[in-house]
Design a protein around this ligand. Structure first.
Ligand code: SF4
Length: 481
């Protein structure tokens, strides 16, 4: 959270937040411009910093800054990014003061030459590895978990960069979709669980890599396939070599990508997000039907599921909450204010739609419950007669250890209160969460997905993570930023 003289406050938007989006392209004359466009499409995955590294065949160039893609880059920046290959990164973080140091891509110059890295995910043993590396004399330039990979690559005695990179990946644990750019090649990797998405596309004969297919669509690239869990790719000119050098694991794709993080127009983990989200709404309507007059989504993430709920329940869908899209993550509140403007600056209720109505309010999740409470209050104050809150996922009972910003367990309302207690806290007349069974059905699970934040059963060992939390007394994201 950033504070400037006590005026600037973080918007109290109580959501899980995606940490990053990545994009890369090899051997294209307009590589940095296409990367810039790809990052626009991935902006929803991170808005606090943006960066591009490009290679002209001899040297890697880097431009990055705080803010959204449009804030960071203009024509002059792109002219400083020459070359035929590039990688880009958009990042979300919670710690403001050192955030520019943590902006990616991270670029190092070591005995192997220049290496730039863009990472989506979180390495659960990063703090342990970092302490060992520091004891051996390594000097870190950021507090990002991702920098550990670069130190491991730089210290490896392996002959080639690819071998050193694979050696480093064998040491790290957790979630990573990675793009690594050197003056003459692009390396791509996805962890053996496949927590975060990463796809391959083709545009005008060049290979493209992106967190979501919406980035391929924007640059008219054709979707080829996903990078497989545990796959390492080596891209140079127009060749792409694949290998699977890491121990195989049962896949654990993040189910929240389909619930909330990814764009509905993206193909993620082999399935378009839109039908998943619509089915979440339909199944929710079957599981928690209610006599009502109107279905209202919490924009924007609740919209697709609300369409599904309205279709299934044969109720009209109305946009009873209007979102201001031009609000950043922080805003300036009047100093003497006794009212909380936080939610109102972002959402405004439409009185004509809500007054006197029995409203089904559809949202994707409840994290701390504070924002849901304010939204329910907002709708009530606009004259709604009844409010029936419907959530398209089960209660969140544990933090994410794989690259999603979650509060600590004791701050998660789903971990500390019953559904009835949550209903009372948020002030709804009824509250219905989608069951885990129906969530997994909506995404065509077949045992492929991670749902650990709903079950507290983690696909990897979390002891290392808990150890880090104990040591630092901070949330995982604070540790990584
Ligand atoms: S714990 Fe939850 S948010 Fe994290 S990867 Fe698993 S499903 Fe996704």
């Amino acid at each position: 959270m950033r504070k400037k003289g006590g005026f600037e406050r973080a918007l109290p938007w109580d959501k899980l937040a995606e940490e990053c989006g990545i994009f890369g392209i090899v051997s294209h004359p307009e590589s940095s411009r296409l990367t810039y466009l790809g990052m626009y499409a991935l902006q929803h995955r991170g808005q606090e910093s943006a960066g591009i590294a490009s290679s002209d065949g001899k040297k890697v160039h880097l431009q990055h800054g705080m803010g959204r893609v449009a804030d960071v880059f203009d024509e002059s920046h792109l002219e400083l990014l020459p070359g035929k290959s590039a990688i880009g990164h958009v990042r979300y973080s919670t710690a403001g003061e050192s955030a520019l140091g943590n902006a990616q891509p991270i670029l190092i110059d070591c005995w192997r030459g220049q290496i730039a890295l863009a990472h989506n995910g979180y390495l659960v043993n990063a703090a342990t590895l970092r302490r060992e590396l520091e004891r051996d004399g390594a000097i870190f330039h950021s507090t990002s978990d991702s920098e550990v990979v670069l130190h491991l690559v730089s210290r490896s005695r392996r002959r080639t960069l690819l071998e050193a990179f694979i050696e480093a990946l064998r040491l790290v644990q957790g979630a990573y979709s990675l793009l690594v750019l050197t003056p003459d090649c692009l390396l791509v990797a996805r962890d053996p669980y496949g927590f975060r998405p990463l796809c391959i596309g083709r545009v005008e004969g060049s290979y493209v890599f992106a967190s979501e297919t919406c980035a391929l669509d924007l640059i008219d690239a054709e979707y080829v396939r996903d990078v497989e869990p545990g796959e390492v790719l080596w891209a140079q000119d127009d060749t792409l070599e694949s290998s699977f050098p890491l121990p195989k694991q049962k896949s654990a794709f993040c189910v929240f990508e389909h619930v909330y993080f990814s764009r509905p127009d993206s193909l993620v983990f082999g399935r378009t997000v839109n039908p998943s989200r619509r089915l979440l709404g339909k199944l929710l309507a079957r599981e928690h039907p209610v006599e009502a007059d109107v279905v209202v989504p919490v924009p924007d993430s609740g919209v697709t599921a609300a369409i599904g709920y309205a279709e299934e329940s044969r109720l009209p869908l109305e946009f009873g909450l209007i979102r201001n899209h031009y609000v950043g993550r922080t805003f300036i509140e009047p100093k003497q204010s006794i009212r909380n403007f936080g939610v109102k600056v972002k959402l405004n209720p439409v009185r004509e739609i809500l007054a006197g109505k029995r409203v089904v309010l559809v949202d994707d999740s409840i994290v701390r419950g504070t924002t849901s409470r304010k939204i329910v209050h907002l709708i009530r104050s606009a004259g709604a007669k009844e409010i029936h809150l419907r959530i398209t996922s089960p209660p969140i009972v544990g933090p994410c250890h794989y690259g999603i910003d979650t509060p600590t367990k004791r701050e998660l309302i789903g971990a500390t209160k019953s559904v009835e207690e949550i209903r009372r806290f948020v002030g709804a007349d009824t509250l219905g969460y989608l069951s885990l069974e129906n969530l997994l059905r909506a995404v065509e699970d077949n045992g492929r997905f991670c749902s650990a934040c709903f079950t507290d059963c983690y696909p990897t060992q979390v002891s290392a993570v808990e150890h880090q939390k104990e040591l630092f007394g901070k949330s995982l994201v604070e540790l990584s930023t």
